[in-house]
Ligand binder design. Structure first.
Ligand SMILES: Cc1ncc(COP(=O)(O)O)c(C=O)c1O
Length: 365
């Protein structure tokens, strides 16, 4: 019995109240929604963890309070993990907000942002809205081309954006290579390293540049709770940097320590205390990836080896309208306009990936 039938039955049997058709309609669409395989936004299909749910439920009665002490508590916990100081963190409404702050920061100086031409676009979108020049450097295959990015830096350049692992190509650059690049660039230019997917890194979470923050004067690392921690709906992200950069970002940030709000902070605190959940998510994501790798290998479809929770797949072995055809089957995947010959497919639960394989099979050419 679905929710709609259950609700109608139980309400009709317990009283003569008529069930609102709008409520039933809403439940209908929710049931439909549940059947959609959301493989388009790199969400975590396993989260949030039970410990997070319990902590948030227990905190709901306190939602009358601003309670920015929870912000401090979360920053202290993160600082302990990374061996840094709490004043090296700015908590934001998802890491999107950090990218928007940095984009605005450069835009207001009428400076230039250098980024890969297949990379997460947010910083460029906000930057150009505020007057920044955006220079997109061609990729080297499916990787960011650090040499070409270095060569593109000029007197106008105020920021270099490195998404590592990179969205949408799913690839990563080793810490050793990035370290050399960042040491050279960060003397004069700000670098934002977006580590939204670092927990899924094939080189291990140690490939993060967090350990270099105190050495590099001009590096800002953007992190999120939206992916491996499964908290996208709470909108919780953070910047890590030297405190002079955090202070500068904070001056542009209107929320004065009270955003993202009590419940996201409570969720974040419980999430960092539950690292077992993240390990499990990464393991199950691997299972889903293997299912897709096996199918693509069998079909001789090219894909990038993924250090994220999504795949970057060449589409020429599928019908041209593969994405809308899958959408007709309630499977949502992504193809940004900039992705001429690729699809981006998030890794869902292993059984979803089995379904996807079945639905993709007849769409091959
Ligand atoms: C590379 C990258 N950075 C940042 C974000 C923004 O995430 P959020 O604002 O949910 O933290 C995303 C979201 O998909 C992403 O892929």
């Amino acid at each position: 019995m679905n929710r709609r039938d259950w609700l109608q039955k139980s309400l009709l049997s317990s009283s003569s109240i008529l069930v609102s058709p709008y409520l039933l309609q809403a439940l209908d669409s929710k049931d439909e929604f549940d059947e959609i395989l959301r493989l388009h936004w790199n969400e975590n299909p396993f989260g949030p963890s039970q410990k997070v749910i319990q902590a948030v439920q227990a905190a709901v009665p306190d939602a009358n309070l601003y309670w920015d002490e929870k912000n401090e508590e979360l920053r202290s916990k993160l600082a302990n993990i990374h061996n840094l100081k709490p004043d090296q963190y700015l908590m934001t409404s998802g890491s999107t907000e950090i990218l928007s702050l940095l984009g605005q920061h450069v835009g207001l100086q009428k400076g230039e942002i250098i980024m890969g031409d297949q990379s997460f676009p947010t910083i460029g979108i906000f930057g150009s809205r505020c007057g920044a020049k955006i220079t997109k450097v061609a990729m080297k295959g499916n990787h960011l081309d650090l040499d070409a990015m270095l060569a593109a830096i000029n007197d106008e350049t105020k920021l270099v954006f490195i998404c590592n692992p990179n969205n949408p190509t799913s690839t990563e650059i080793s810490k050793e290579k990035l370290e050399v690049f960042c040491k050279e660039v960060s003397q004069n230019v700000l670098i934002c390293v977006d580590e939204a997917y670092i927990e899924f890194s094939e080189l291990g979470a140690e490939s993060s540049l967090v350990s270099l923050v105190n050495e590099l004067p001009n590096i800002v690392i953007a992190r999120t709770f939206s992916k491996a921690y499964g908290l996208a709906g709470f909108r919780l992200g953070y910047a890590i940097s030297q405190s002079h950069n955090i202070n500068a970002l904070q001056r542009r940030y209107p929320a004065l320590g009270m955003a993202p709000g009590l419940l996201p902070f409570v969720a974040g605190i419980a999430a960092v205390e539950d690292q077992g959940f993240v390990t499990d998510v990464v393991r199950k994501t691997h299972e889903g990836k293997s299912i897709m790798y096996d199918a693509f290998d069998k079909w001789e479809v090219n894909y990038a080896s993924s250090s994220t929770n999504f795949l970057y797949v060449e589409k020429d072995k599928f019908v041209n309208d593969v994405r809308p055809k899958l959408a007709d089957d309630n499977i949502w995947i992504t193809q940004w306009p900039s992705m001429k010959n690729h699809l981006r497919i998030s890794i869902g639960r292993p059984e979803w990936m089995e379904t996807l394989v079945t639905k993709l099979e007849p769409l091959r050419v």
